[in-house]
Every structure is written in C-alpha cells, then in structure tokens.
Design a protein around this ligand. Sequence first.
Ligand SMILES: CC(C)(COP(=O)(O)OP(=O)(O)OC[C@H]1O[C@@H](n2cnc3c(N)ncnc32)[C@H](O)[C@@H]1OP(=O)(O)O)[C@@H](O)C(=O)NCCC(=O)NCCS
Length: 174
Amino acid sequence: MSQLSLDAVVEPNETKGIVCIRAADACDVESLSIYFTGLSTTTRNKRFMGARADVAIVAAECVAKASHPDHFTLLAELRQEGRGMIIGETLYAYDAAAGHGEFAISVADAFQRTGLGLQMMTAMERRASDLGHEMIAAETARANAEMRGLAKKAGFCDTGLDWQSVHLAKRLSR
Ligand SMILES: CC(C)(COP(=O)(O)OP(=O)(O)OC[C@H]1O[C@@H](n2cnc3c(N)ncnc32)[C@H](O)[C@@H]1OP(=O)(O)O)[C@@H](O)C(=O)NCCC(=O)NCCS
C-alpha cells in the first residue's frame, strides 16, 4: 500500500489526514458510487469522455473488473479520525490482443493539483509491471490539458492524434 501524508499539501486549518492508495474490493461499490456522484460535471465528463448518469453501475463495473487477474482498480482513500473517504480512482485493464494495458483516472476536484494523480499513476504502473505487462496506452481528449500534462509528467509519449483525441503510451521498465 502506498501512503502519503496530506499534511504537506493541504492548507493550514483544512482537514488533515493520511492518503492511502489501495486496491478496490467488493466492499467499495457504494463509496465509489458516492465518489463519482460527488465529482463536478466537468471532472465526471472528462473521466468518462462524455456524460454518464449511471455512476452506480460504473462503480460496480470497476469493482467487478478487479476480480479479473489482468484488471484492477486502485482507490486513493483519505483516512482521518478512523473514517475513510475516496478521493481518487484509477481503473486499469489489460488488452491481450493489443498487448498493452489501458487506464482511466480521476481525482476529486478539491484534491486536484496536489500530486495525487501522479501518485496513482505511479502505483498503477508498478502494479501493471508486477503483472508482467510491458506497455500502457491511453486515449484522452485533445482539450484535456490536465490529463495530457499528467501523462507527460508520468513519462508517457504522444503516439497519435486525431481531431478530438490524443493517444498516449509508455513502456514500463521492470
Ligand atoms: C487528470 C487528473 C487525474 C490529474 O490529477 P491531479 O491529481 O490533479 O494531478 P497531479 O496533481 O498529480 O499533477 C501532475 C501533473 O499533471 C499536470 N497537470 C495537472 N493538472 C493540470 C492542469 N489543470 N493543467 C495543466 N497540467 C496539469 C501538471 O504537469 C502536474 O504537475 P505540476 O503540478 O508539478 O505542474 C485530474 O485533473 C482529473 O481528475 N481530471 C478529470 C478526469 C480526467 O480528465 N481523467 C482523464 C481521462 S480518463
């Protein structure tokens, strides 16, 4: 489990706690659904590359995929005073035909730009590498500066561009 202290990234007087990045399991469906519901419309639309109203179904799918050996969902959970709150998630799935993993990621609006996205990407890459996967690819909207910036910082390269999307990829080192 990866941990970082939020003390360093929240303003004084704001709630402090510890953020743990961990694998999702069947108990997380409801809290993941609450997390997706609490995202701003902009963040939710970017996460799903379009509008999705059925967040409870999406949350169940994210967790169900975790039972597949080549898929996983990682959650960033803020723990304070004995309680946990999901503040980020990344879903990873290996495409055997394409020979690479693919992912989607989001961070709760209030916690964006605190380094959490990069921490989650690093945890995802480590886990994918542990599964023996050598390449991760993703697609995001051309206009999604946050995701493009995050991917670049995480070492992804642009591998293609069309009028609305950018394709990204990174070879994992073992
Ligand atoms: C993309 C996303 C996950 C990034 O998470 P985050 O926790 O804010 O990212 P980090 O704080 O780790 O930022 C890492 C780097 O990403 C880039 N970045 C993050 N937000 C950015 C922004 N608004 N504009 C430009 N670059 C940005 C920067 O290079 C940043 O490094 P820096 O802060 O040292 O400059 C978050 O913005 C998000 O949830 N967006 C909505 C969902 C989405 O677009 N998902 C991708 C499609 S699946």
